[in-house]
Design a protein around this ligand. Structure first.
Ligand SMILES: [Zn+2]
Length: 82
């Protein structure tokens, strides 16, 4: 009788554990995607994906434009020229 999918996955996990290469996987064996890096808005502490600059910019526009330009909301993503 061929080994079941479950025991095959368990076997792979054991081998990867030994090799130190085991990636986090869901219960069904699919790899868990690494979480995207996020940034926290300096104004309202909202957490947003830092690679999505357009989204960060749009978010900054929801704040007081004069006192909170996007450079203040996201100093890392939009370093001020000064
Ligand atoms: Zn904000």
């Amino acid at each position: 009788m061929p080994i079941s999918k479950k025991s095959r996955i368990q076997r792979e996990h054991k081998a990867a554990d030994k090799a130190g290469t085991r990636a986090p996987v869901k219960a069904n064996g699919l790899p868990v995607k690494a979480p995207k890096p996020t940034s926290i808005c300096a104004n309202c502490r909202k957490e947003m994906v830092s690679s999505n600059l357009k989204q960060l910019e749009v978010h900054a526009e929801t704040h007081d434009q004069k006192n909170w330009p996007k450079e203040k909301c996201w100093p890392v993503e939009f370093p001020s020229a000064a």
